[in-house]
Design a protein around this ligand. Sequence first.
Ligand code: CU
Length: 184
Amino acid sequence: MNVRSPLLHSLLTLLMLAGIQLSALPLVAQNGSSAGADWIDVDPSARQVTLDIVAGMTEDNFRWNFNGYAKGAATLTIPVGYRVVIEFRNDDPAVPHSIGIGEIQTPFPAMFDGPTPVFVGGMSSNPTSMTDSTLPGQSETVTFTAEQAGTYALVCYIPAHALTGMWITVKVSSSGGVSFDPGD
Ligand SMILES: [Cu+2]
């Protein structure tokens, strides 16, 4: 190839720069998909979804929300059998929070007595405790496999939080991919 041509040389240089920029993109942009929300990262080949979930991200519902969503209006759909990794962080400046995958209850109880997640591992540590759950500024990773189709809730177990609306809907579906509907 004749690279002595100034035009061709410039073109090759541009292509090289473009190549460097593409390879510098984070892996998620090349291999993952966000299912319409930037806190959701889907890896279909690994059958895994990673969720960055922040308690108290906004002031909605007295900060008793997950990523600003509350009262079950938002729905996350996950294919059955997917591994779910929740990177949970409490941004509420004042109040502890927790997260776990449970049955929807109408209404949720004000107090949970020794709650267990519907899928093994699907709950943050000491989830009902005002002193040992995920305190303001703390983070915790929660991992489970969505083993059975159905409609569940990601819920906060701190007294009165779920009752007051600190939950989002999770559908484990036998068909389709990961999707998110923010509701109204
Ligand atoms: Cu809470």
